[in-house]
Design a protein. Sequence first.
Length: 656
Amino acid sequence: MNPRLPTVLRWLCLAGIVASATVRADLQLDLNSDGLSAPQRQASQQLLDEALTALPPSFIQRLDRRVEVTWADDLPDNAYGRATRIDALDLNRALLPALADGSAATEKTNRPHGTVRRELLATVLHELTHLYDRARWRTAAERSQQFRCGLAASSTGLVGQRGECRGQVARRFSLSDDPRLLDLAGWPQQVGRRGAREAENHQAARSPDLYELSNPREFVAVNMEYFLLAPAFACRRPALYRYLRQHFGWAPAQQAECGKDLAYLNAGRDFGRQPLGRLDPERVYEVDYLFAEANDNWVSRWGHSMLRLVICAPGRPRGPDCRLDLDQHLVLSYRAFVGDVQLSSWDGLTGAYPSRLFVLPLSQVIDEYTKVEMRSLASVPLKLDREQVQQLVERAAEMHWSYDGNYWFLSNNCAVETLKLLRSGTGDPRLNDLDSIMPNGLLALLEGRGVADPEPLRDPREALRLGYRFDSFRDRYQAMFSIARERLKLPQADVETWLDLPGDQRRPWIANADLRASAALLLLEQAAMRKQMLLAQDELKRRYLDSRETLGNAEFSKAGGTLEQILANSGFLSRPADMLEGGYGLPQTSEWQRLEAESSSRQLKLRGLTDDLDRELHQLIDPRILAELDAVQLNLDQLSAHLRQLHKDAGGIELP
């Protein structure tokens, strides 16, 4: 007997095992026909054949098993089916008669897919997706290599010494725990938790089926239904569509034609304009990290994080000149939606405020921070390629319509929300392990990773000229004060001291001002008016809150009611999904007409309420503040008249 024969036989056997490990048997759905009539068997088989036809080829190849499908009697009345084992699927037998006689194809249901038969088909696809998701599939080559490395480990102990075996213990993700999928699905990384995921999904608005929010596994299964069966899925949830198409290397043949424009609600203060806007991602040239520098307010001591969309004017090719189209630019700003007239620091710490993505005109944001809050803005370009820019814009639109989170000053604030949007919108690996709760800290990290480019802000003068920086008006006011002080020999040392003077004490200096000094004083009086208006608002807010605690205070009853109506009616600007019934994801062309009508109606109501409030509150302002407002207005009138006269005396055209 050849002493080598056992070894040869052994290796032949092993080779056979390896070969068998690489042989693939595609997914098969075996109908358990026990007790079924011929029409029931035929209708059931047609349903299963249609399900297999709808699935991606790679799905069928990877889920290489026989799955037994049985019509079961023990399912709850509201259940269409369930996967009972890794190779078994039960369907609700109560639905079988309607499937067999054809009535299931027309019988309506209140479930998302419309008819009983459509729901049965979606159920089969849903449960098969669960099996696929659990399988943690490997390719044939990977399985063969895993077998060889496992064999080497058991017989020779060479694992880790052969190059092809290194890393075999590395984990392969299933769909439902793929970090990229979790970012898109609404289970993002928690701040300060080293990659741990949030427990609750806040992408609840515009959902096709709230069951998807139960956990990531159900999210995957529900969205596979729509990926396979809904032609408009690519238009309504473009990021998820791209993810699944890339994962399977395939997409359903039947696809709806998507419009190029994305709908958004402009949350600007101008209640006289149509709030519904259209955004074409092709017109977005670049995206900037827009950083509002800190001030003395404790909730703003680390700044504020926003994103600026640099949008080209219609007809202008994408390029650097688009940065000059400031009237077209939009700002994406996560803010606490405060459904009250006060911002409570305690509520901010406990997450009592909703966190929502506001879309605002750049001009309003500049005014808010530079003129009102006296904070400078830095607009730092992000180094994103063309595909990342477009996908980030689409993702922002999705979050605008679907996201309703909780705002926490210390753990889910503007910096955290902005980072989550950047991470899910771009898929940029440089962002994966970033973690910061501070807006200024996030900016530093983005610059350190090469995502943000600080170079355009190196030269402050050029940055101002080109719109990369917007200085606080405090610097401008001080410059104007320096001019007036030099020409009029004002005794005050700085602009704050000047503006703290009562208006009637500033007035005597007007008569002696030359043209340049008068122009400077005019700007300063405008600042004084803005300051007094803020004082009036704060004082009214305080008195209104006091009146709610002392129920007998009647003077605020009407104005307070109007104010509460404004707050109640302005919520649609941050949660636009409330204006639509049905549908999911990004609004489509068929929903635009309703959106335009509903948003216009609500905006018109807001405009009327604000006009009413202006009339009612004027009677409630503290007499001292009202007197100061009148004094500042008188200064403005006198300065305007003085400037006109100086201009006329200088031989210029008479000013209006």
